[in-house]
Design a protein around this ligand. Structure first.
Ligand SMILES: Cc1cc2nc3c(=O)[nH]c(=O)nc-3n(C[C@H](O)[C@H](O)[C@H](O)COP(=O)(O)OP(=O)(O)OC[C@H]3O[C@@H](n4cnc5c(N)ncnc54)[C@H](O)[C@@H]3O)c2cc1C
Length: 485
């Protein structure tokens, strides 16, 4: 059985390995000259910048890929668990250190609002119920049958999936600062906490269940370990190879075309490339399916990301590994990004400092960072070649005032990525950071199906398909594929 995987994000790599374990003849095809997709690595003058994912949760999903072939993951990757998961910083300068230590969590909640401790305990209990259903039971099963979706409705309603994550959290927590902290998880998978279905509240519990981990040498070392495993298992890997067409014979998949000229035949094609782009650009013999076209047309896309990577000659010892800083007008800011599609100066951001845990990420005596700022996706009319430098300067000004004094004069290496990178280099529609949004109307059956609803032999894994974005989500999508094929 010949299977071709298009794209080498975590989802694509996991799919290639799972199919290889079923004895398929697997070829993995990647447009870039390196693997990883959003998890690519940029190395500059002794600094190692992980391009995207930095917070590793549910590590068993990564370990499973090695275990499929009887290999010990520890021989390929080194994951360490972190004590402080996120340091939240509010506009008034107050801090909240978020961790898996429940006593410490309650102490800090008590300092902000003692009446919220009980609500917090109840919230955690409720997110466990969502987690048991949404993650344990449903994250790795196919959702391509309407009847199966309908069967889930009573439980989903019981779990209040009609509420947003923010509204669910607010029903337990009174203090606005704590509401923001405990409802921020949708932002990690491309959603607005004010509109994302409360089902994504399960991430709060998922973190508690398995902890938050860091991959020594960076997340890129996981990709490196998986690449080594794929080569050992004789998966063919083609880099610098963009799939430009997928061909069908009648309704059955036939072949793909690489870089507009080279044809490779296949029984199955598994797309890790963004589903809307695949349906619009790679399928030449278009079939019509009115319901599917309507569904695709009304999709809402996740936000864009401005990611500024920088190395400094000063070491900022007091800065945690993961910091999240909220702007003042948080809700309005998110509305500007998701709905009005305009830039707002009152930014909220996530600051990554891997050198807090792993000195190998920067040359000795230096420090390594990236700062991720949610921005509108390319449905906006922002011209990033004009706005990019201005926005970078705004971000540096904000960082200097809060966490990194004298930053500008200490930067020795820097570059940034905008939604244009995600659109042009990673082929993601509108340059969104996480494909389509994780709304109820775009989740499970309503998301792009793992087995194409239109073409035979065509399958999807990765952020735009069920269960959704984030490393655990895309690794689970490959488990769904495993069950379908
Ligand atoms: C800045 C950032 C930070 C993040 N932080 C976290 C985090 O801390 N924790 C977490 O769990 N998640 C995080 N995420 C989300 C997570 O990284 C993604 O959801 C996940 O990695 C996406 O994986 P994927 O399988 O969908 O593939 P992608 O990473 O999207 O890769 C798709 C690949 O397909 C290739 N491709 C596309 N079209 C073609 C074609 N026609 N031919 C050949 N190749 C093609 C692309 O080049 C790309 O390599 C972050 C994302 C970003 C952007």
């Amino acid at each position: 059985m010949k299977s071709i995987v298009i794209g080498s994000g975590f989802g694509g790599i996991a799919a290639a390995l799972r199919l290889k374990a079923k004895n398929h003849d697997v070829t993995l095809i990647e447009k870039q000259n390196d693997l990883g997709g959003r998890a690519r690595v940029f190395k500059k003058n002794g600094f190692t910048f992980d391009g995207g994912p930095t917070v590793i949760t549910a590590p068993y999903l990564i370990n499973e890929l090695f275990e499929l072939f009887g290999k010990n993951p520890k021989n390929y990757i080194e994951l360490v668990s972190l004590n402080t998961w996120y340091r939240f910083i509010f506009e008034d300068g107050n801090k909240f250190d978020y961790s898996g230590n429940e006593d410490e969590m309650k102490n800090q909640i008590e300092k902000i609002n003692k009446d919220d401790v009980k609500g917090y305990e109840q919230l955690v209990k409720f997110t466990k119920k969502i987690f048991d259903k949404g993650f344990i039971e449903l994250s790795d099963v196919p959702f391509d049958k309407p009847l199966f979706m309908m069967k889930q409705f009573p439980t989903l309603i019981n779990l209040k999936s009609y509420k947003s994550v923010y509204s669910l959290v607010s029903s337990y927590i009174k203090n606005e600062k704590l509401r923001r902290v405990l409802s921020m998880h949708p932002l990690l998978v491309g959603g607005n906490p004010f509109t994302t279905t409360s089902i994504y509240g399960l991430i709060l519990y998922l973190e508690k269940k398995w902890g938050i981990h860091y991959s020594m040498g960076g997340t890129g070392n996981i990709i490196k370990g998986l690449e080594k495993l794929m080569l050992e298992e004789k998966i063919k890997i083609l880099k610098n190879s963009e799939v430009t067409n997928i061909n069908f014979d009648q309704n059955k998949i036939k072949s793909i075309i690489i870089n507009n000229h080279k044809e490779l035949e296949a029984n199955n094609v598994i797309c890790n490339a963004d589903p809307p782009s695949v349906y619009e650009k790679l399928l030449v013999n278009k079939k019509t399916n009115i319901f599917f076209n309507w569904k695709k047309k009304r999709m809402d896309y996740s936000m864009g990301l401005f990611v500024y990577y920088f190395g400094t000659k000063k070491v900022y010892e007091e800065v945690e590994h993961h910091t999240i800083k909220f702007g003042n007008k948080y809700k309005e800011h998110l509305e500007d990004i998701f709905d009005k599609k305009k830039l707002n100066n009152d930014i909220s951001y996530y600051l990554h400092r891997p050198s807090a845990t792993d000195k190998s990420m920067a040359p000795e005596g230096n420090d390594c960072f990236y700062v991720l700022v949610p921005v509108p996706n390319n449905q906006s009319n922002i011209n990033w070649s004009v706005e990019g430098d201005k926005f970078k300067n705004l971000v540096i000004d904000k960082l200097e005032k809060s966490l990194l004094p004298d930053l500008r004069e200490n930067i020795v290496e820097d570059f940034y990525l905008t939604p244009d990178y995600f659109e042009k280099e990673l082929n993601t529609k509108y340059g969104s950071g996480f494909s389509i949004q994780p709304k109820f109307s775009q989740s499970a059956y309503f998301r792009f199906h793992n087995k194409s609803e239109v073409y035979d032999g065509l399958y999807f894994v990765g952020a735009g398909t069920h269960p959704g974005a984030g490393v655990p989500g895309v690794l689970s999508s490959a488990k769904v594929l495993d069950k379908i094929l």
